[in-house]
Design a protein around this ligand. Structure first.
Ligand code: NDP
Length: 300
């Protein structure tokens, strides 16, 4: 294997993504790096590139695709459905229900609409997008019914803080939840104080959204940081690849970067080749310290 991440072959990248999978509590294996899809399917002129980018990502082992009924009010799911033609069996498909659709009256219809747009008959994972006014107990019942009907294989939550997870786990079937998807990147480490340890105690992997800190000032501060740049240079990688490698460093966090071009997908997949050393992790801790007290959950 070459020492420079960005000179690695597609085979090396694919092997890095497929050799170390993460096991969900029910044993299902998912990659450490998947693919987000917020804001895709919005621009007709970019459509074929977005479809090809997702397909390339699946081929490189980033075969978890994350979408939601909210994204473009179904346009993201429609594009994902197109991208999965002929490769549905290779994809671990995740979608999310709006909180206002997560009651017994609406959840089946929401799920069926997602399945239609995604051109599939079963989701691998269905998440409650965030907590709304529907009682948790009712959403759990709805999710369990969808499992019984074969419309979803398993369910989880998103944007839940530790107290929400505790409340969920007090419900009879709340412990069937397999993951919690929250914002997590080098510049937002608050969950390391309590939520991440809480999930680790229960062997529940966490899904990290916005692992590249989206685009904007916050990301700029991360990619221009001296430690991040030095570590990137040492691996023949980019600062954003270091951010991804950092996110998945413990082997129980699934990062879901969104990328709309083949080039970005290739770079994100190649981040799986980076093993950060203890010294590099120490440098990153120094630049972006871990939390020493409870922090409010960051949300988009
Ligand atoms: P990300 O942190 O993944 O950043 C996405 C941005 O990074 C895009 O502008 C993308 O550009 C750019 N990018 C991707 N790869 C590269 C690269 N290699 N080099 C340079 N730029 C790159 O942000 P998101 O907020 O999209 O988070 C990821 C996913 O998480 C979402 O798409 C969604 O699936 C999920 N999510 C879930 C939420 C929830 O509430 N559960 C909330 C927010 C996100 P380009 O598109 O041009 O490639």
């Amino acid at each position: 294997m070459t020492n420079s991440v960005n000179e690695a072959s597609k085979t090396e990248i694919e092997q890095a993504n497929t050799r170390s999978r993460i096991a969900l509590p029910d044993g299902a294996a998912v990659p450490r790096i998947g693919q987000g899809t917020w804001n895709i399917g919005e621009d007709a002129s970019r459509r074929s590139e977005e479809v090809e980018a997702l397909r390339l990502g699946v081929g490189l082992g980033m075969n978890l695709i994350d979408t939601a009924e909210m994204y473009g009010e179904g346009r993201s799911e429609t594009l994902v459905g197109e991208a999965m033609q002929g490769i549905r069996d290779k994809v671990f498909l995740v979608s999310k229900v709006y909180p206002h659709n997560a009651g017994l009256k609406r959840i089946v219809k929401s799920c069926e609409d997602s399945l239609n747009r995604l051109r599939t008959d079963c989701l691998d994972l269905y998440l409650l997008h965030w907590r709304g006014s529907v009682p948790l107990e009712e959403t759990v019942e709805g999710m369990e019914r969808l499992v019984q009907q074969g419309k979803i294989a398993r369910w989880g939550v998103s944007n839940f803080d530790t107290d929400d997870m505790e409340e969920l786990f007090r419900l009879a079937r709340g412990t069937h939840c397999v993951t919690n998807q929250v914002l997590y990147h080098l510049g937002s480490r608050g969950i390391e104080f309590d939520l991440l340890p809480w999930q680790r105690e229960r062997q529940m992997p966490l899904m990290a959204y916005s692992p590249l800190a989206q685009a904007g000032a916050l990301r700029k501060g991360l990619v221009q940081n001296e430690a991040v740049r030095e570590i990137a240079a040492a691996h023949g990688a980019s600062p954003l690849q270091v951010l991804l490698a950092w996110c998945i460093r413990e082997g129980d966090v699934i990062a879901i970067p969104k990328a709309a071009s083949r080039e970005h997908v290739l770079q994100n997949a190649a981040a799986a080749l980076i093993d950060l050393s203890e010294e590099e992790l120490r440098l990153l801790d120094k630049a972006f310290p871990e939390p020493v007290r409870k922090m409010p959950l960051d949300i988009i």
